[in-house]
Design a protein around this ligand. Structure first.
Ligand SMILES: O=C[C@H](O)COP(=O)(O)O
Length: 258
């Protein structure tokens, strides 16, 4: 494990309405103590419709939990039905926004070019991108996971200056391990996360690369998180299914105890 502060983020995907969101965040807040926040940064990524409720709760109760959105429009405003702008997310005091999740790439045909535009939109509005990258099963079987994932990193960071890129979070999520119960081995996670850090050093500098947090995502649970977090280039987890169970997510945050 590195000296970077780990980021444990729960991506709720299309789960939990705004009332359920309040109950869930209250449960997390009740369970998490100051020492948990000192050891780890904790964030939730609820659906758009929950964000105002989560903001009200976090602000009102002065919670240390951070929150963000699961997507952002590449556009600032205008006739883009169904889209949500970075300005809107910033107004809701979001810290993070997930960009380029494999489900967006797969079901909404998001290209590296669009992901790059969304990364730039996030920075324009003061949001920190959680850039999601990772290979599908066919790529993994062909042994091309590193080159494929690094090409996604290159595409997402095209023309993004160092003073912005130094705050990015990159989530390596092998698509074949998402929601399947198939977890990449800690060595699999390290191989690609280490290569991503190496690419950041090539694109920018070693100093910048050493600052960036790289998460692993894909069937992370309390039972497997410690081994993954023991890898030198893994600085947190982007958790899907297990983040919907507050008790389980708290155990993931307390990965050092598992
Ligand atoms: O964003 C989260 C990832 O897609 C992982 O989801 P999962 O933990 O349900 O496999």
């Amino acid at each position: 494990m590195s000296s970077r502060t780990p980021l444990m983020a729960g991506n709720w995907k299309m789960n939990l309405n705004h009332l359920e969101a309040i109950a869930h965040v209250q449960k997390l807040a009740f369970a998490l103590a100051d020492k948990d926040y000192e050891a780890c940064e904790v964030a939730v990524l609820p659906p758009f419709t929950d964000l105002r409720s989560v903001q009200t709760l976090v602000d009102g109760d002065k919670l240390k939990i951070k929150y963000g959105a699961q997507d952002i429009s590449a556009h600032d405003s205008g006739a883009y039905t169904g889209e949500i702008s970075g300005a809107m997310l910033a107004k809701l005091k979001c810290t993070y926004v997930a960009i380029g999740h494999s489900e967006r790439r797969q079901y909404h045909n998001e290209t590296d070019e669009l992901v790059n535009a969304k990364v730039k939109a996030a920075y324009k509005h003061g949001l920190t991108p959680i850039l999601c990258v990772g290979e599908g099963l066919d790529i993994r079987k062909a042994g091309n996971q590193v080159s494929y994932t690094l090409a996604q990193v290159d595409g997402a960071l095209k023309d993004v200056p160092a003073e912005q890129a130094e705050s990015i979070v990159i989530a390596y999520e092998p698509v074949w391990a998402i929601g399947t119960g198939e977890v990449a081995t800690p060595e699999d996670a390290q191989e690609v996360c280490g290569a991503i850090r190496g690419r950041l050093a090539e694109l920018y500098s070693q100093e910048l690369a050493d600052k960036v947090r790289i998460q692993y995502g894909g069937s992370v649970k309390a039972g497997n998180v410690a081994a993954i977090m023991a890898q030198p280039d893994v600085d947190g987890a982007l958790v899907g299914g297990a983040a919907l169970d507050a008790d389980e997510f708290v155990k993931i945050v307390r990965f050092r105890d598992q």
